[in-house]
Ligand binder design. Structure first.
Ligand code: GLU
Length: 427
């Protein structure tokens, strides 16, 4: 039995999807580190969860009730931190997995937070802006007892944006009777947001992608890349890759994909997206099935959409030498093993997409001090942290013969476990 089989066998039978994947990764890290069952149990279980009903008055006067969650996976290293997702696919288990990954991400990059995630089971495209505002304000009111700049700090994720963060900040501040800038990050600049936050995840993805390509002996200028997802992460990643001279040959969104062997004109594709709402129909490329992007003949693949897109079923058809996870949890453990056996280099989500929470941390620091940094300052500090994280994970992987994911998860889990140990167990 391999370590992965063992890990799989001992993950709870009931967990499926992203939560099962996250628990398998945790089990594997616990085995790598030689930790005991009690430590696994502590880290497998969120410290605090809140599920709330969010009654929404629709624009036509009718009432719909949607479900919301906030999960605080770990609080040992500081306040809980993580995004808020609006999606029809949100489940409590998905939020639990995403919260756990936030804990590892913050620990790995030495950002002084625990991990959290929130979700509202709603398709934001099916609701008007005033309806989304009411949902946001009510969700905030319901989970307010566990939010706060020293307790738990939301940020944007799939389906939410800086406007959502402004509504959360306002709702929280009105309840407190004064403006509390540090309660959310990813805010608009005019409300205490940080320069460089909107592009931070994409920039971070590209910093490690370029380092990973070079590590594999592939010169980025002229290398070919496929980007799955053209939202908050994928769009910026495509832009910054193109700026670095990488030919982005495939791009997809939830509606379809476009490809051009010589490289897509990303600026023109952005204009097309802004005008039409999708990459589909872009005249500067050929329409291809969305699934083809994962299997494209490229050097670099950036899955930048949602969980579970590289699976046992399609992993063997991945042709990219380097996979950099812009999304959280895009690769299942089975796919991970197939990619590893095929000699692919997978830069795991908890490292690759950490740029967002790194600049969230900078935003919180700036808000708490009411002192604002310049864009170059933010970008330089982001790059330093990303590359330090990359070197640390790569060094650990090489020293111990581990994949980058196992090295990264083990480093993160050991930081959190050390914090637990030093604090001791109450009572
Ligand atoms: N939602 C982003 C993530 O998954 C950002 C979280 C944050 O900035 O707190 O990393």
């Amino acid at each position: 039995m391999t370590a992965l089989d063992l890990a799989r066998a001992s993950a709870p039978d009931t967990a499926t999807g992203p939560l099962r994947d996250a628990l398998v990764q945790l089990r594997d890290a616990i085995d790598v580190l030689g930790y005991d069952e009690g430590t696994y149990a502590m880290l497998a279980t969120p410290r605090r969860e809140m599920t709330v009903s969010v009654p929404l008055r629709r624009d036509d006067g009718s009432i719909t009730v949607v479900t919301g969650h906030r999960v605080q996976h770990n609080l040992s290293r500081g306040p809980a931190k993580g995004g808020l997702r609006y999606s029809p696919d949100v489940t409590l288990d998905e939020v639990r997995a995403l919260a756990m990954w936030m804990t590892w991400k913050c620990a790995l990059l030495d950002v002084p937070y625990g991990g959290a995630k929130g979700g509202v089971r709603i398709d934001p495209r099916a609701f008007s802006r005033p309806e989304l505002e009411r949902v946001t304000r009510r969700w905030t009111s319901e989970v307010m007892p566990i939010l706060g700049p020293d307790q738990d700090i939301p940020a944007p994720d799939v389906g939410t944006d800086e406007r959502t963060m402004a509504w959360i900040m306002d709702t929280f501040s009105v309840a407190r009777g004064h403006t509390v800038l540090g309660v959310v990050t990813g805010k608009p600049l005019a409300l205490g947001g940080s320069l460089g936050r909107a592009s931070a995840t994409s920039r971070g993805v590209v910093h490690v992608a370029l380092a990973a390509l070079r590590h594999r002996g592939i010169e980025p200028a002229g290398a070919r890349a496929a980007v799955q997802g053209f939202g908050k992460v994928g769009r910026g990643a495509a832009v910054f890759l193109a700026e670095a001279g990488v030919r982005v040959t495939h791009v997809s969104d939830q509606y379809g994909a476009v490809a051009a062997a010589t490289g897509l004109d990303i600026a023109a594709l952005e204009r097309h997206l802004d005008a039409t709402g999708s990459v589909v129909g872009f005249a500067g490329g050929d329409a291809v099935p969305g699934a083809e992007v994962i299997e494209a003949d490229v050097d670099l693949l950036v899955p930048a959409a949602i969980e579970g897109v590289i699976t046992e079923e399609n992993a063997a058809r991945v042709r990219a030498q380097v996979v950099v996870e812009g999304a959280n949890g895009p690769t299942t453990p089975e796919a991970d093993r197939i990619l590893e056996d095929a000699g692919r280099l997978v830069v795991p989500d908890i490292l690759a997409n950490a740029g967002g929470v790194i600049v969230s941390y900078f935003e919180w620091v700036q808000a708490n001090q009411a002192y604002w940094w310049s864009a170059p300052e933010v970008e330089l500090r982001l790059e330093e942290r990303m590359l330090r994280g990359w070197e640390r994970v790569l060094g650990h992987a090489e020293a111990h013969g581990l994949s980058l994911r196992r090295a990264a998860t083990a480093l993160a889990v050991s930081s959190v476990a050390e914090a637990h140990l030093l604090r001791g167990l109450h009572p």
